[in-house]
Design a protein around this ligand. Structure first.
Ligand code: ZN
Length: 419
């Protein structure tokens, strides 16, 4: 939204822009409910049936949809069901980690069909070259033509200005800090690119899974991933990813300060949550004289499962810190759930017990749930979800239709009323 003399100047919806928003809404519903009839699309969206039909005809002419007759069930007219053609929307999700980068190939449904891993290049320039090479590999292996890949979504373990497509800071990959990665990667690959913080994308992945299993329920939850050295998080408020007022720093619960005199943190401050609950921190309580190595964390988990006292105590302390963070999060946000991911979730019963019994007041209770998948799978899947979202989201006035849709909802005017 532009500003002059401090006064916001609202954009005005035109019939064309409203149609773009409605098209995006219908594509979003079809992603979620396909196969689906025109009548159901109208019911779920509030868009007039005649307008649904007009948009559907356009989508069919573009080759995005197929139509088939539903199975007859008793009396009445048998409806035609619309299905998205998975092969029409091809996307690639990329998850960048300090030592390894994973690429995932998916269709419109967001279900990952194949993954590839490469060592993470030291500089963003080398990264862009390498991704361009890998896209050629993917096109050959998946038998795609040059323009088949519609969008690339990238998850990065650091602070990201998702709107501008700039990596603000990644402490584990210093050469990437400040890089306008979305623009650079678009220049190298000629494919539209979106980037975001990896745990924001983990939250998006959880949201898609919830949508697939819970009919119509609204989601408010915090996704928190405990890694080897850091703790990331993403916040979903009313079914939308909340990125904060400047789009790059929200829900960074790993950097809640638990003790200002505590251990030095990667963010430059001291005593942040991640310095107490990262896998390295838990390991250092277990075997302080043996340097932490990612692959050895298994030893600690196995020892705790065998009730070895030092291992149990190390994990219990991590569980207590998570419970302390959970009660503070619940007090501020009152989310329905906190979703926990990472290797530490193998000790989930102890962590949930701590959250259920320590610190919480009866008025700020929160459910701790384990992520749908351990390890980094939700973060890779989230990069795919970002790419699918962006591929169906047609920009209007240079704004994403998601933003415009939010504005329309805020003004309590539905798109169908405007049309
Ligand atoms: Zn910190």
């Amino acid at each position: 939204m532009s500003r002059r003399s401090g006064t916001p100047i609202p954009h005005t919806a035109t019939p064309e822009s409203v149609r773009e928003v409605n098209r995006s809404i219908l594509l979003g519903l079809m992603r979620r409910y396909s196969p689906v009839s025109r009548a159901e699309l109208s019911r779920r969206s509030g868009i007039f049936p005649s307008n649904v039909s007009r948009i559907v005809e356009g989508l069919m002419a573009e080759g995005l949809l197929t139509e088939r007759r539903a199975k007859p069930s008793g009396r009445g007219k048998v409806p035609m069901l619309l299905e998205l053609r998975d092969e029409y929307f091809r996307v690639v999700g990329i998850y960048v980690q300090p030592s390894e980068t994973t690429l995932a190939f998916a269709g419109f449904s967001g279900e990952i069909q194949k993954t590839w891993s490469i060592p993470t290049p030291a500089t963003p320039q080398a990264f862009c070259e390498e991704i361009r090479r890998m896209l050629d590999v993917i096109r050959v292996e998946m038998n795609l033509d040059a323009k088949a890949i519609r969008h690339i979504g990238v998850g990065v373990p650091g602070f990201v200005d998702a709107v501008a497509g700039i990596i603000t800071c990644v402490t584990t990959l210093p050469a990437y800090s400040g890089c306008p990665l979305a623009r650079e990667l678009e220049r190298h690959t000629a494919v539209p690119v979106s980037i975001d913080n990896d745990c924001n994308l983990g939250a998006l992945s959880e949201l898609r899974r919830l949508e697939a299993h819970a009919e119509g329920a609204q989601s408010d939850f915090l996704f928190m991933s405990v890694g080897d050295y850091g703790v990331g998080a993403g916040l979903i408020l009313r079914d939308e990813l909340y990125r904060g007022h400047n789009a790059c720093f929200a829900a960074e619960v790993g950097h809640i300060i638990m003790n200002p005199d505590g251990p030095r943190c990667s963010c430059g401050r001291s005593g942040c949550l991640e310095t107490y609950i990262s896998n390295a921190a838990t390991w250092n309580r277990y075997k302080p004289r043996t340097p932490f190595e990612s692959r050895r964390f298994r030893e600690l988990l196995d020892a705790a499962a065998n009730e070895e006292p030092r291992a149990v105590a190390a994990i219990q302390e991590t569980a207590n810190y998570i419970a302390l963070a959970a009660t503070n999060i619940a007090t501020i946000l009152n989310p329905a759930e906190i979703v926990l991911a990472g290797k530490i979730t193998e000790a989930f019963p102890s962590i949930r017990h701590a959250v259920d019994t320590l610190y919480l007041s009866p008025y700020a209770r929160v459910i701790l749930r384990r992520s749908w998948s351990a390890r980094e799978v939700p973060l890779i899947h989230g990069a795919v979800c970002l790419a699918v979202n962006q591929a169906i989201d047609t920009p209007v006035f240079g704004m994403s239709t998601n933003i415009l849709r939010t504005d329309i909802h805020r003004n309590k005017i539905t798109a169908s009323e405007l049309e």
